[in-house]
Design a protein around this ligand. Structure first.
Ligand SMILES: NC(=O)c1ccc[n+]([C@@H]2O[C@H](COP(=O)([O-])OP(=O)(O)OC[C@H]3O[C@@H](n4cnc5c(N)ncnc54)[C@H](O)[C@@H]3O)[C@@H](O)[C@H]2O)c1
Length: 252
């Protein structure tokens, strides 16, 4: 018995990192998974890996900034697997670490477009399909930096993740009566491409480790397990909540 038996999930940014971990875990737990990304080759490879392991997975090109891409991704879930029950808004980008007075407007706009508009468009497109399925679960990947700020990371990124946190609560309230639960997950530093440059810089890496009470970065699977809980019926009374997976960062 899988914890997601009978469910159909759509995961944005599923071609690598935490999204890839979630796709593999969800498929292992019995879900049919659609992954969307702009990295088509990597996304196709993840789908093929999951299918070879006996899971059900389909890759579709999805730029989360494009409403028409979202419509195609939701349509793919419904036509291939019959419905849509779970959306993981995982795709995201880091921003520069420029101070605010030097931040190019283009960097600000790009960060908001992917990290905030992308989450809105995902929810907007998935909710009608979830209503048709009789309910669902949306999991928005924010960050520990959507709860507390730091001076050495870009304000655009932190602002975008704070927006994801409160968007989650607004959506949870709007759709509680439809049986659609909406929660945010707040990872601390995790070993993925997004953090590679920082981990490769010994001074930056030591500074980051000194701020993490558990003294290490998290692994993608450690976040994926929290997302799995929110996707499954085990979390049936959980909505509008923020699940922190950060090695103690926000406890300080
Ligand atoms: N790694 C960390 O330390 C950390 C910490 C807190 C939160 N997060 C968040 O976790 C999520 C996953 O990040 P990750 O660490 O796995 O990074 P990652 O860079 O490995 O993966 C992000 C994925 O999103 C995809 N993506 C980027 N722009 C896209 C777009 N416009 N449309 C569709 N897909 C797009 C990328 O191609 C990539 O596959 C992000 O939202 C990130 O902000 C990461």
């Amino acid at each position: 018995m899988g914890r997601l038996d009978g469910k159909v999930a759509l995961i944005s940014g599923g071609a690598r990192g935490m999204g890839e971990s979630e796709a593999r875990l969800f498929a292992q737990e019995g879900a049919a998974v659609v992954i969307g990304d702009i990295l088509d080759e990597a996304g196709e490879a993840v789908a093929a890996y999951i299918a070879n392991a006996g899971g059900r997975c389909y890759y579709t090109h999805l730029d989360v900034r494009e409403e028409s891409d979202w419509q195609a991704a939701v349509a793919a879930a419904v036509s291939r697997f019959g419905m849509l029950n779970v959306l993981v808004n995982n795709a995201g980008i880091g921003s520069s670490s420029s101070p605010i007075h030097e931040e190019p407007v283009e960097v600000w706009d790009r960060t908001m477009d992917v990290n905030v508009k992308g989450v809105f468009l995902g929810a907007k497109t998935a909710i009608p399909a979830m209503r048709q399925a009789g309910g669902g679960s949306i999991i928005n990947i924010s960050s520990q930096l959507g709860i507390v700020a730091v001076p050495y990371n870009g304000a655009a990124y932190q602002t975008s993740k704070g927006a994801v946190r409160i968007f989650t609560k607004a959506a949870a309230l709007q759709y509680a009566g439809d049986g659609i639960r909406v929660n945010s997950v707040h990872p601390g530093p995790v070993v993925t491409e997004m953090t590679r440059a920082g981990r490769d810089d010994p001074e930056r890496y030591a500074m980051m480790l000194s701020r993490i009470p558990m003294g290490r970065y998290g692994e993608p699977d450690e976040v994926a397990h929290a997302v799995l809980y929110l996707a499954s019926d085990e979390s049936s009374f959980v909505t509008g909540s923020e699940v922190v997976v950060d090695g103690g960062w926000t406890a300080q």
